[in-house]
Write a protein that binds this ligand. Structure first.
Ligand code: ADP
Length: 402
């Protein structure tokens, strides 16, 4: 029986949604409410080729959710609110408590709110989204899907930072990792496409978008990942620095009198491709500037690729080899230049691109003689969220035999 599932991704001033029919995975409609809290908020909904867009005042997330549900009814996308069978929510941080997606109970919701201390910008707004949809759709089970939970399989040696022990023990400072839903989805799809069980594969997954992270996956389990205590660490990103010498921060704070908040802005919003190129955070813009001869734009692209290469190298060591390298995210899925810069001169590892397939964004872009598969797979976090609603929120009770 087909079920109608809503996948919700609530941000501080936005609400992304996708309504899907499962198990087929058909998208019934999708859209975005942006600039929530402002007089010129924008509501966009797409159904197949059709698109509705409206600019209006949307006071808060509650008003946004009410508007969304009203639209689904007035546009006859659903006959009644009861037609929504379950709701999946993307939640940024599951700490050490959530090792998998979870059915939202009062206790689970309280824990998500408690974990706001680790993700102050995200968990409160994710929890608010859960509350609003629980109230509006009391019949529909809610499932929380965490960016962190796929990485709960990391061993201590991969997640402990070499700080005094009490920072882990008392404050929970450790590598958590993010983008887990995406890394899990693309690695599962890779195994399907290869016709090989994921349990037999050593994979390095590169999710390269505005935020970027790599994940070493052995037998379907995350064994290392480049983001850490926050989504700030690891490789270079659109506006985030990724890893830097940590002592730069106190040095700059003393020198320029910056507050912790200002340092955060520096690392999160002013660095990465934007900081180095001075052109843009957007990979396409930086590519264009580099083609036009901008030397800093060129350097930014080289840095971006080199840091990814270094991470892939260390993950191959950790995995004891590699069967497949996987690209996803806006840059990974679309930029032949980025993939070429990352994969160049790796034939000594048995890894070589086919230039033509790379240019075409083919599903598999390795050359004939490459021993390592190189895959380009479009990520689909909404589908993964909806599947988790089916698996956890709408699982048929198992018949007990006498
Ligand atoms: P987010 O992390 O916000 O979800 P996306 O995964 O959508 O981001 O990735 C956005 C990035 O993908 C931007 O840097 C954008 O320039 C890049 N990108 C999208 N399409 C292309 C393309 N055709 N070629 C190169 N880069 C692209």
């Amino acid at each position: 029986m087909s079920r109608t599932i809503m996948a919700i991704n609530a941000g501080s001033s936005s609400l992304k949604f996708q309504l899907l029919a499962l198990p087929e995975g058909r998208v019934l409609c999708q859209g975005l409410i942006e600039r929530i809290g402002l007089a010129d908020a924008v509501f966009t909904l797409k159904q197949g080729e059709q698109k509705w867009q409206e600019t209006l005042t949307i006071a808060d997330h509650h008003a946004a959710a009410t508007l969304l549900l009203e639209k689904l009814l007035t546009l006859h996308i659903i006959p009644s609110l009861e037609a929504i069978d379950g709701v999946g929510h993307r939640v940024a941080h599951g700490g050490e408590a959530f090792k998998d997606s979870a059915l939202v109970t009062d206790a689970a919701l309280a824990e998500i709110e408690r974990l706001a201390e680790l993700a102050p910008l995200h968990n409160p707004v994710n929890a608010a989204g859960i509350r609003i949809f629980r109230q509006a759709l009391p019949h529909a089970p809610a499932v929380a899907v965490f960016d962190t939970s796929f990485h709960q399989t990391l061993e201590q040696s991969a997640f402990i930072y070499p700080l005094p022990w009490r920072y882990y023990d008392e404050l929970g400072i450790r590598r958590y990792g993010f983008h887990g839903t995406s890394h899990k989805y693309v690695s599962q799809l890779l195994a399907e496409k290869l016709g090989v069980p994921l349990s037999a594969l050593r994979v390095v997954s590169c999710h390269l978008g505005n935020g970027s992270s790599l994940c070493a996956i052995k037998g379907g389990r995350s064994v290392n990942t480049s983001m850490g205590f926050t989504p700030q660490s690891g490789v270079m990103m659109g506006t985030r620095s990724g890893d830097i010498d940590p002592s730069i921060l106190p040095w700059v704070a003393l020198r320029e009198g910056k507050t912790p908040q200002q340092l955060n802005t520096l690392l999160n919003n002013e660095s990465g491709l934007l900081g180095v190129s001075g052109v843009s955070h957007d990979y396409r813009d930086v590519e264009k500037a580099a083609q036009e001869g901008n030397a800093r734009a060129s350097l930014a692209l080289t840095l971006f690729a080199e840091r990814i290469r270094a991470t892939i190298g260390s993950y191959i060591m950790q995995l004891g080899g590699i069967d497949a390298l996987l690209f996803t995210g806006g840059i990974g899925e679309n930029s032949a230049r980025a993939r070429h810069a990352i994969c160049r001169d790796l034939y000594f590892l048995g890894l070589e691109l086919d230039a033509d397939k790379n240019q075409r964004n083919a599903s598999f872009i390795q050359s004939e003689q490459s021993m390592v598969k190189i895959a380009v797979i479009n990520t689909n976090e909404e589908l993964m969220i909806a599947r988790d609603v089916m698996r956890i929120g709408l699982a048929e009770p198992v018949e007990m035999s006498a």
